[in-house]
Unconditional design. Structure first.
Ligand SMILES: Nc1ncnc2c1ncn2[C@@H]1O[C@H](COP(=O)(O)OP(=O)(O)O)[C@@H](O)[C@H]1O
Ligand SMILES: [Mg+2]
Length: 273
């Protein structure tokens, strides 16, 4: 009998927010080893907020976030740093250092976090560039590569420390259909090759449904749906179907929620007028 694998990430009844604005509440989710999990939702629904919670940048205001078996609320200093080093993050926009060439961009985390030799750095970086199809672009300056290539360089940089968990924030944004397909396949391929897990933050339904194992859909401040792509596609739910089909009319709200912070701001403006 094989033992049940332990989740890499668990959210139990988690609430997240900023100031007096609770962005998400009652969030339960799990990421298992080997899985690619999509966190989906409209713009402003709290996807990047979820990612910040996984990396420990944003503490939970309720509930428990467990990553690699550790309760994130209890981690400080060195322990937090060690936990973060086991994650690779591809930030929204995937900013590269424009004054460094492709090679040095990917080598950066190795220079920051390891003391391996120049020779080992060279081989490791070329290996990761090979994986994203850019070995022969190692010498190019960032200004000399396309947007799709830049995304792949950022991907190589996110995996160069061989993380157990990779987080991608909107990796498809602004890509043409071909680069988009290549990026999606790379995310799946990388996860399988490194034997890690990936969290894919996106609103791109078609591309992510083709490569992920599980989908969590957030909206209206909570978890709206969860399941495999096939389960969600088959579900009869107005909110879910509106999101999946990108219809403008439906239960998905357009208005940013009213908060006490806004009311205070407005009262002050009116007072000043
Ligand atoms: N640092 C912050 N301070 C205050 N509010 C924030 C901050 N970051 C995000 N928000 C608010 O939280 C909500 C969710 O934001 P975000 O997680 O970035 O959404 P998404 O990534 O899904 O587009 C938005 O309404 C946004 O205005
Ligand atoms: Mg975002």
């Amino acid at each position: 009998m094989t033992p049940t694998p332990t989740p890499l990430v668990t959210f139990a009844d988690v609430a997240l927010g900023y100031g007096d604005f609770t962005v998400l509440r009652d969030i339960d989710l799990q990421v298992m080893p080997g899985q690619v999990v999509a966190m989906m939702g409209g713009s402003g629904s709290g996807k990047t907020t979820l990612l910040r919670a996984v990396t420990g940048q944003l503490p939970a205001r309720a509930g428990t976030i467990t990553v690699f078996g550790r309760d994130m609320a209890t981690l400080r200093g060195e322990a937090l740093r060690e936990t973060r080093q086991r994650m690779g993050v591809l930030f929204q926009g995937g900013a590269l250092f424009t004054d460094l060439d492709v090679f040095e961009n990917v080598a950066f985390p190795l220079r920051e976090h390891t003391c391996i030799s120049e020779q080992q750095i060279l081989e490791r970086v070329l290996d990761k560039l090979e994986a994203v199809g850019l070995r022969h672009a190692a010498h190019l300056r960032i200004a000399e590569i396309s947007g799709g290539m830049a995304r792949r360089v950022a991907l190589a940089r996110a995996i160069v420390l061989e993380p157990e968990l990779i987080l991608y924030d909107e990796p498809f944004a602004g890509l043409d259909p071909i680069s988009l397909g290549i990026t999606a396949q790379l995310i799946r391929g990388m996860t399988d090759k490194l034997g890690c897990a990936s969290i894919l933050i996106t609103h791109d339904v078609a591309e992510s449904f083709a490569i992920v194992d599980q989908v969590y859909l957030i909206g209206q401040g909570r978890l709206m749906a969860h399941g495999t792509p096939a389960q969600l596609s088959a579900a009869q739910d107005d909110y879910l179907q509106q999101f999946l089909q990108g219809k403008p009319d439906g239960p998905i709200g357009f208005h940013y929620p009213l908060t006490p912070a806004f009311e205070r701001w407005l009262a002050a403006r009116r007072g000043a007028a």
